[in-house]
Design a protein around this ligand. Structure first.
Ligand SMILES: Cc1cc2nc3c(=O)[nH]c(=O)nc-3n(C[C@H](O)[C@H](O)[C@H](O)COP(=O)(O)OP(=O)(O)OC[C@H]3O[C@@H](n4cnc5c(N)ncnc54)[C@H](O)[C@@H]3O)c2cc1C
Length: 542
């Protein structure tokens, strides 16, 4: 591929956000190109194809809201797996010929702004250079994977896999497999491979306060009924709830709630499954420690009923909460807690016996035990939320890279743009509702806002837009205040705060005030002629 060129808009990344931007920028009649590091569409679901990888948002809202798309598409399960989501992207491509405007296998390494002609120069790893008026960073929250530094790694004689760089072919039957990490990905891998491996050793730092998924098949007929009666309502409702799901947090004060009401509420949310017990809970779950303890006690009771061994009960659902319930993202599980009672599964608590080193034949913990392994799986996550953006050498009006600017903490206005980086937007990234929300809900919200902004600029001969320092400071302060009002910082290590990566500034990385509050801030700015931004009129019109 030798293509270079000039575009109105360059989009980086071909997941949900990038494809939404592309389809809608085309409608403005502008020239546009997606530059994508991977070999296909689907973003997260192109890279994360480990055993058991599936979404924990229900299928009806884990897709685009465009009726031309949902009318003819059906999933087979309530929570689709990566194969189905990849198939969905193939369907979107067939319908709208997405790929004609995508350059695959092309990693953007730098983007430099030129104030004299209001354009970005975008460079790809192999040296190709592109120019555009706007760049839209749709790089995702989980593009930069994280491997912890462990002594002896290079000496290991077996296979090593990070969950987000999964090989096409693998065989775990008859093998001794180790999994490091019990976040959402770890939970999915563990429950999937435990029945087929010879032995599974799980290295757990923090128990996952996982919730029952209640997966089920969804027939085409059931979806046809939903489409006819409810899909348009679903897509409107997404913008009205805290998290972009169809259920909402209940603002009623706990002090006004009777013990009976609470007990029945817990049972009802538990029975519904999915993330209802978390994002459909009372709002005070996130700020009231005493109430949070009650929710945790309920969760612990339900989980302990599924584990017979008292030692395992304490490791997986300890009497003392490892952190307030819900301040780290709970995963959805299908048979996760039962897996540990299988004779071929060992759970090692590395908060008590830390990993000492990787050896040629396995992994040694601090107590001197060497766990013999043929395969080592790192389910150790990502440099979340900021990593995709700071991996690119982005330089704005003052020539300072965004990585340097954000070394002491992210600063943005509306979680969509940053001062000194004109005509640069991002979607589903730092200081937006991001993973506090259902992905496609907040992605479409922000993407539509950006499209409207570009339309406004074109209609009014405005050549550049950039947040003011004052507006950025006020927004970032507002977000920090919202973050510190909650229990979030009670988690020792949390990717919500960046504290899963050593040396990264600890701060609330996402907007924790809910989608309606976020949308209001964005829409108010637009309604006031993009208040909080400096707009520069095109020299051609002066
Ligand atoms: C394992 C996992 C499970 C998840 N489960 C859920 C869920 O249940 N519900 C939910 O709502 N969300 C979930 N998410 C979040 C998920 O990322 C979003 O739902 C959604 O896919 C985000 O879409 P996106 O387009 O913003 O980013 P992505 O899908 O991450 O796409 C970003 C794309 O940008 C490309 N890219 C990055 N940097 C560059 C570069 N420098 N040059 C070129 N290309 C680049 C990447 O290759 C990638 O293809 C999950 C994420 C992960 C990792």
């Amino acid at each position: 591929m030798t293509e270079t060129g000039e575009y109105d808009v360059i989009i980086v990344g071909a997941g949900f956000a990038g494809v939404h931007q592309l389809l809608n920028i085309r409608k403005l009649g502008l020239t546009v190109k997606i530059i994508e590091a991977g070999e296909d569409l689907a973003g997260t679901w192109l890279w994360n194809k480990y055993p058991g990888a599936r979404v924990d948002s229900p299928m009806a809202i884990y897709q685009y809201s465009d009726p031309d798309l949902w009318r003819d598409w059906s999933f087979t399960e309530l929570y689709p797996d990566w194969r189905e989501i990849q198939a969905y992207f193939r369907y979107v491509d067939n319908k709208f010929d997405v790929k004609r405007d995508v350059l695959f296998n092309s990693r953007v390494v730098s983007a430099h702004w030129n104030d004299s002609d209001d354009r970005w120069t975008v460079t790809v790893e192999d040296g190709r250079v592109f120019q555009s008026q706007f760049i839209s960073l749709c790089t995702g929250i989980a593009s930069k994977y994280h491997l912890p530094e462990l002594r002896g790694m290079e000496s290991f004689k077996g296979e090593v896999h990070h969950s987000s760089r999964w090989p096409e072919k693998y065989h775990f039957e008859g093998k001794r497999v180790g999994v490091i990490g019990t976040g959402a990905t770890g939970v999915q891998i563990i429950q999937e491979i435990a029945p087929i491996v010879d032995h599974l050793t799980v290295f757990q730092r923090t128990p996952n306060l996982a919730l029952p998924m209640r997966q089920r098949k969804v027939s085409v007929e059931e979806q046809a009924r939903l489409k006819k009666e409810l899909y348009p309502i679903f897509y409107g409702r997404r913008y009205q709830t805290f998290s972009g799901f169809l259920y909402d947090v209940d603002p009623k004060p706990i002090a006004d709630t009777t013990p009976e009401e609470l007990a029945l509420g817990f049972e009802e949310k538990w029975a519904k499954g999915g993330l209802t017990f978390w994002l459909g809970a009372y709002a005070e779950l996130f700020s009231n420690q005493q109430f949070n303890d009650e929710a945790y006690a309920f969760w612990r009771k339900k989980v302990r009923e599924r584990i017979s061994d008292p030692e395992l009960q304490e490791k997986l659902a300890p009497m003392k909460p490892p952190h307030p319930f819900g301040v780290k993202r709970p995963s959805l599980e299908q048979r996760y807690f039962e897996v540990y009672s299988q004779p071929n599964v060992t759970l090692v608590d590395i908060s008590k016996t830390a990993i000492e080193e990787i050896t040629p034949n396995g992994l040694k913990t601090h107590d001197g035990v060497e766990h013999k392994l043929d395969v080592l799986i790192f389910a150790t996550g990502f440099d979340m939320v900021t990593g995709g953006i700071t991996s690119i050498d982005i330089r704005g009006q003052d020539g300072v890279s965004i990585k340097e600017k954000w070394a002491d903490g992210v600063q943005s206005y509306l979680g969509v743009a940053s001062a000194t980086y004109p005509n640069m937007f991002w979607i589903y990234g730092p200081q937006s509702p991001s993973s506090f929300s259902n992905g496609p809900s907040s992605i479409e919200l922000t993407s539509e806002w950006i499209i409207d902004c570009i339309r406004f600029m074109k209609a009014n001969n405005i050549s550049s837009i950039v947040p003011t320092n004052e507006a950025q400071h006020a927004y970032s302060e507002h977000l920090n205040q919202l973050g510190s009002a909650g229990l979030w910082s009670e988690a020792k290590t949390s990717w919500y705060l960046g504290s899963n990566i050593s040396g990264k500034k600890t701060q609330m990385l996402q907007f924790p005030g809910g989608i309606p509050a976020y949308a209001k801030l964005c829409n108010d700015s637009a309604a006031k002629g993009y208040h909080g931004f400096d707009l520069k009129r095109s020299s051609a019109s002066t």
